[in-house]
Design a protein around this ligand. Structure first.
Ligand code: SF4
Length: 375
């Protein structure tokens, strides 16, 4: 159903034999999966094709770096597969599967390790959410939320809709890029969204487009159907070396998303996850690219924030001067820290918040405004 998936690299049409040899070891360590639609977007004659870099195993994945759970999601796991880090939001890891394995996946532990990370007991999860009246948002993800059959999704969504204080139900998915047939060929999914995305309680689809080439005609059609059914679409992408780490590509992505009706929401600094070093962009370089890209966009296309999903919270990378870099806790696991503004001495070799060691100043969000002025 919904077309053909490839899980063995040598079976991919057009894959050169010498390339297979080069990535043999990578394929033994990290799994491969891609849909025929997505593979069809690759220009095999272009050695730097961005789609190829996103989905086809790369030699650099063997570079030693990072850990499997770089943001320590385990710390915020209240039940197997249910994370409660920010007061108003819970994350349900419902699916162990994706429509393709991004080579830079930050949760590749789901596909590789034998650990139990996905939700086992929906009844317990629902009870937890019912009990915690501060929860207004539930994110269904994994893996990919749209890998679940619509009947299963409907079961979960309908139960969440019975909880008064849950207003927003989000589904995290790269399906619109990887396999838009999942949406185009399943009218039941659209019916489900029509039924549960209400005027005062919307369903959001959190899309995952990394590069403008992913916005194929089919993807645009799928996005349009979801919007028509009543879903709100917002896009998140990491900044990826060799894929979108230049101002023109990023600006084009932001612009195309805004034209389609998809809000550019977050651009993530790559989490230091095993296998991902080859995709990581240093924080200060990423900020420069991000800001230059935004200058090329209209207001609606520049609504994204550049953030790090750090263990302590979502940290926005706000600005930099010659000597200093400025961060703000966009969301914090410790409520009291939310909104705090941090000034650090710059470190051009920093790939993650933990690489900044010299704090220049920490302004609490509730300090009087004048505290931000010169001292
Ligand atoms: S869609 Fe998300 S969870 Fe799935 S492989 Fe890509 S980054 Fe990982």
């Amino acid at each position: 159903m919904f077309g053909k998936y490839y899980t063995v690299l040598s079976q991919v049409p057009n894959i050169p034999n010498d390339y297979l040899k080069k990535v043999e070891e990578v394929c033994e360590k990290f799994r491969f999966k891609a849909h025929e639609h997505y593979l069809g977007l690759i220009n095999w004659d272009d050695p730097n094709d961005p789609i190829k870099r996103i989905i086809i195993p790369q030699e650099h994945e063997l570079t030693e770096w990072g850990r499997y759970d770089a943001s320590n999601e385990k710390k915020y796991t209240v039940l197997t597969g249910l994370q409660h880090k920010y007061k108003s939001t819970v994350v349900m890891l419902l699916s162990r599967e994706c429509a393709g394995y991004c080579r830079f996946c930050f949760r590749k532990r789901l596909f590789i390790l034998p650990t139990e990370d996905t939700l086992k007991d929906l009844d317990e999860a629902i009870k937890y959410i019912e009990k915690h009246k501060e929860i207004t948002n539930v994110l269904i993800t994994g893996g990919d939320g749209l890998m679940l059959p619509t009947s299963k999704l409907k079961d979960v969504v309908s139960r969440l809709r019975q909880i008064d204080h849950v207003h927003i139900i989000r589904i995290g998915s790269k399906m619109l890029a990887y396999n838009p047939n999942r949406i185009l060929e399943d009218p039941q999914l659209l019916t489900m969204i029509k039924e549960y995305s209400l005027p005062h309680k919307r369903m959001y689809i959190m899309t995952h487009f990394n590069h403008p080439n992913e916005l194929s005609e089919k993807s645009l059609k799928a996005a349009s159907l979801l919007i028509k059914a009543g879903a709100i679409l917002a896009n998140q992408t990491p900044m990826l070396k060799g894929v979108n780490d230049n101002e023109d590509t990023l600006a084009e992505l932001f612009r195309k998303l805004s034209f389609t009706g998809i809000t550019p929401y977050y651009v993530f600094i790559c989490r230091p996850t095993i296998g991902n070093k080859g995709y990581a962009v240093p924080v200060e370089r990423a900020l420069e690219i991000f800001q230059k890209a935004q200058i090329k966009c209209s207001g609606l296309a520049k609504r994204a924030r550049l953030v790090m999903s750090h263990e302590s919270g979502k940290i926005e990378v706000v600005s930099q001067s010659n000597e200093e870099i400025y961060f703000r806790y966009h969301r914090s696991a410790e409520e009291v820290q939310s909104g705090d503004f941090l000034v650090f001495k710059k470190n051009p070799n920093a790939y993650w918040f933990d690489d900044y060691e010299e704090v220049v100043k920490h302004y609490s969000y509730n300090e009087p405004y004048r505290c931000y002025g010169p001292e």
